[in-house]
Design a protein around this ligand. Structure first.
Ligand code: 5GP
Length: 114
């Protein structure tokens, strides 16, 4: 029995993932169902369910996630062109309720997003 989020189970190495970066505040790993040639997820160790649930005291952590997204893109050779996406709530496409930033790169992106 567990009430861990899916991403907490990846952090705990209970579920395998291709990990790209990790520190004491966040982890980055490849998405299992990539929507671009490069698709990583940046996940805080702290299991905040969605951005709307983040507290004012989480501000530095949120900035760290953004900077880690840029770092992971850069280290994968996509520092010039990448897209970040963050789905907040089921109606916006969120399926895993542990806050995460998608980092997508390696193909053209249109605007507006779908
Ligand atoms: P969301 O839809 O919540 O914004 O994004 C969740 C993401 O998690 C999806 O892109 C989905 O492909 C990814 N995902 C779901 N299960 C797993 C898994 O077990 N491993 C990895 N690496 N990614 C997963």
């Amino acid at each position: 029995m567990t009430d861990k989020t899916l991403f907490e189970r990846i952090i705990a190495r209970e579920i395998p993932a291709t990990i790209l970066y990790e520190d004491d505040r966040c982890i980055a790993f490849k998405d299992i169902n990539p929507q671009a040639p490069f698709h990583a997820l940046i996940v805080p160790i702290k299991p905040i369910s969605r951005l709307g649930e983040a507290a004012p005291t989480d501000g530095a952590l949120m900035g760290h996630l953004m900077l880690t997204a840029a770092r992971v893109a850069r280290e994968a050779g996509h520092g010039e062109n990448f897209r970040l996406a963050l789905n907040n709530g089921a109606g916006a496409g969120q399926t895993v309720f542990h806050l995460h930033i998608h980092v997508l790169a390696g193909r053209p992106f249109s605007w507006p997003p779908g």
